[in-house]
Write a protein that binds this ligand. Structure first.
Ligand SMILES: [Zn+2]
Length: 298
């Protein structure tokens, strides 16, 4: 496994720009990204986009103000038919990509060439309460710009996102700058907001990939924003967690008709389920499934 340069990997930092009514986020990922791509044998373009989607979903998950989870899905008519990253308010992440083709060239790396004509679906699912779903067409060249577009249409909040991947080191990173909803809505206020956003965008544009992958968060933020007053929140650790379990598989199997379960057991001696995310294989034998098969009425 490649050695990461960052001292604290898999960490999310959130901060406020005190004099500007704006906020920012920085995410740096190593182990969680590797856990998602390892063992899947994804082509280069899929590894890159999945890393971007992971970093982006971490940035979005940090905006959750309640217990719950966010899923960001990309789907389209390209060689990558489906890609999804899911994370909760504790920054426990997982992700998956499905290919529509058996062989994909390593030359295919742009969002459009990978997903084709497609959409991004963002689902916010609070532990308590109604789920909310937003859909936008993937009309921009990069995932970062598609996400900024999502914020613009769904929440009317000026947002800019930067995403970085290092395929050799297997690291992903991202940053976000976002205005806070403004106070009095006066035009004077609006002008200041616009120029503040422009200013922060220009500063953040100067991030270099080798910095975001090697500098610790504090050093990087100082490098970018040392002229500004920045209040940093406690950093949040990010981890890979699939969330699959034997119980969840059994719950899925319980939806199958008892006579179908019996037929599979007769033919194969067991029912096997492989988690698509982490590739863990769960085997269930007749004894494990007794409560389902005994429901059989004939
Ligand atoms: Zn799993």
């Amino acid at each position: 496994m490649p050695q990461a340069d960052m001292t604290n990997t898999d960490e999310l930092n959130r901060y406020l720009f005190d004099n500007m009514h704006a906020r920012g986020e920085l995410v740096q990922l190593s182990n969680s990204y590797q856990a998602i791509i390892n063992n899947h044998n994804y082509p280069l373009g899929v590894r890159l986009l999945l890393g971007e989607l992971l970093a982006a979903t971490c940035l979005l998950t940090a905006t959750l103000k309640f217990e719950g989870e966010i899923t960001v899905q990309l789907q389209g008519d390209g060689p990558v038919s489906y890609m999804s990253v899911n994370g909760n308010n504790n920054q426990q992440m997982r992700g998956i990509a499905r290919l529509a083709v058996a062989d994909m060239s390593n030359e295919v790396t742009t969002l459009h060439d990978l997903i084709g004509k497609g959409t991004m679906v963002i689902t916010i699912r609070p532990t308590q309460g109604e789920a909310y779903q937003g859909v936008v067409a993937l009309e921009h060249a990069t995932l970062a710009d598609c996400l900024a577009h999502y914020f613009e249409v769904s929440e009317q909040i000026p947002t800019k996102i930067w995403l970085f991947i290092d395929d050799d080191k297997q690291q992903a990173a991202g940053s976000l700058v976002q205005l806070l909803p403004d106070g009095d809505g006066s035009s004077e206020n609006k002008d200041k907001q616009e120029s503040d956003f422009e200013h922060l965008t220009q500063l953040t544009n100067t991030i270099k990939a080798d910095e975001i992958f090697t500098l610790e968060a504090q050093a990087l933020l100082y490098r970018l924003y040392h002229q500004e007053k920045v209040s940093l929140f406690e950093p949040q650790a990010i981890s890979y967690q699939c969330g699959c379990s034997s119980d969840k598989c059994l719950a899925a199997i319980s939806q199958i008709k008892p006579d179908e379960i019996s037929a599979i057991l007769t033919e194969h001696g067991k029912i096997s389920m492989t988690c698509e995310y982490c590739l863990t294989c769960y085997d269930f034998f007749a004894d494990d499934l007794k409560s389902f098969t005994s429901k059989q009425t004939h």
